[in-house]
Design a protein around this ligand. Structure first.
Ligand SMILES: O=C(O)CCC(=O)C(=O)O
Ligand SMILES: [Fe+2]
Length: 392
């Protein structure tokens, strides 16, 4: 999967990172560097260095490591490499991981900040990432360019057993995982191998050699419900935290305050999530319009200007069931649509139940957001109904 990648040939020599090449080629880039021997507020403190500074440090560390283990241990992580060097093409996203709404939405400038979710990590032997679950409960994939990693996964949900009396999860599960081997899974990742991290699985990662890896965080129709659940839990946590301020606020002020705090804590609030869903939906409707000649069946332009009656929850769910029945009724090799259209239908079918759930929850968002969710529900339901009719 990775042997053709430029990073695997240009960045590595005899299984070791080509430090001089990396410094010469990418030295001026500014990168986050974590201090692996410290913990501040449950995470490793980070500073911004240049790649050149990091490589100089790394060379000294490799040298010093032989004499003493008291030296500071730094880890270059979460480097937005592709965004810094868009023409370099260090790797190709493996096909299995290519349905990636987060990065698709970032590329479409969906979010206010233009940081993507494509990263490079570089660290000396001994550098590590503390116990965590990934941002927004996204999936991640991680490919080793060189070196070796030990992953400690906690079976999904079992992390709850290991919270302290304040409800905090452990920072380091090295000892706990030995004491509770049934709750954890240890995996060793070699150079060239790719790890898939399922949504919501907590994990901790250790570099056993000087290691470089490339990873993405991604969301798609298969983990969207988990992301939606996570955001609702984050909102509930914020509401609980500032509950004592509620009496002095109007409903609108309260909603806005909670959403603002949610974005600060979590990096995504309901407006951002809706923007993501709108961006993906509109991209898929565009793709249908371009790729499939369904003009006789329905007028795609009508969808954007829909003035039809808002579908009920029952109507939306019935639409999904009917579409599934129509798809199931197609026999043998006879495909309903070309492959890429199946993929579009899959995405729309994943979004609909989430936004229907959103609408069913009273007062979960501002009137303005709710009206946009309604519009999206209408667009998707109308499209899926038309596709079902098309299937006969
Ligand atoms: O490689 C690391 O240090 C951490 C990677 C990680 O946490 C991930 O890919 O989700
Ligand atoms: Fe992670």
């Amino acid at each position: 999967m990775t042997c053709e990648w430029k990073s695997r040939t240009e960045w590595v020599d005899e299984s070791k990172p080509k430090l001089d090449f990396l410094s010469k080629t990418f030295g001026a880039a500014q990168v986050p560097v974590a201090n692996c021997r410290k913990s501040e507020y449950g995470s490793q403190p980070k500073q911004t260095w240049t790649v050149e500074q990091f490589i100089t440090y790394w060379k000294n560390y490799c040298h010093a490591e032989k004499e003493t283990c008291n030296t500071e241990c730094h880890y270059l992580k979460d480097w937005h490499f592709t965004s810094d060097f868009p023409d370099y093409q260090a790797y190709f996203t493996p096909t299995f991981f290519s349905s990636d709404w987060l990065n698709e939405a970032c590329d479409a400038k969906c979010f206010d900040c233009d940081e993507d979710f494509r990263f490079v990590y570089m660290g000396p032997k001994g550098s590590w990432t503390p116990f965590h679950a990934d941002v927004y409960r996204s999936f991640s994939w991680s490919a080793n360019i060189c070196g070796r990693k030990k992953w400690i996964f906690c079976r999904c949900g079992f992390e709850e057993k290991h919270r302290d009396k304040f409800g905090n999860l452990p920072f380091d599960v090295t000892e706990i995982s030995k004491e509770h081997p049934d709750d954890f899974i240890e995996i060793f990742q070699e150079a060239g191998e790719v790890i898939f991290v399922p949504s919501g699985w907590h994990h901790q990662v250790h570099n056993l050699e000087n290691t470089i890896s490339i990873n993405h965080n991604w969301i798609n129709g298969s983990n969207l419900k988990r992301v939606w659940c996570f955001l609702q839990n984050e909102l509930a946590a914020v509401e609980k935290e500032i509950d004592d301020c509620k009496s002095g606020m109007t409903d609108e002020q309260w909603t806005n305050q909670c959403q603002m705090l949610m974005r600060a804590n979590t990096g995504m609030n309901f407006a951002d999530f809706l923007k993501l869903l709108e961006t993906i939906t509109h991209a898929r409707l565009d793709q249908i319009r371009k790729k499939l000649d369904l003009k006789n069946i329905f007028q795609m332009d009508d969808i954007q200007n829909q003035t039809a009656i808002q579908p009920s929850v029952h109507d939306c769910l019935e639409t999904l069931v009917k579409l599934q029945q129509a798809l199931a009724g197609i026999e043998g090799d006879k495909k309903a649509f070309p492959k890429h259209v199946n993929h579009i239908v899959f995405d729309l079918c994943a979004i609909l139940p989430v936004i229907v759930d959103w609408l069913e929850k009273d007062k979960i968002s501002s009137a303005q957001l709710t009206s946009r969710v309604k519009q999206l529900t209408l667009n998707i339901t109308f499209t899926l109904k038309s596709i079902t009719n098309f299937l006969g």
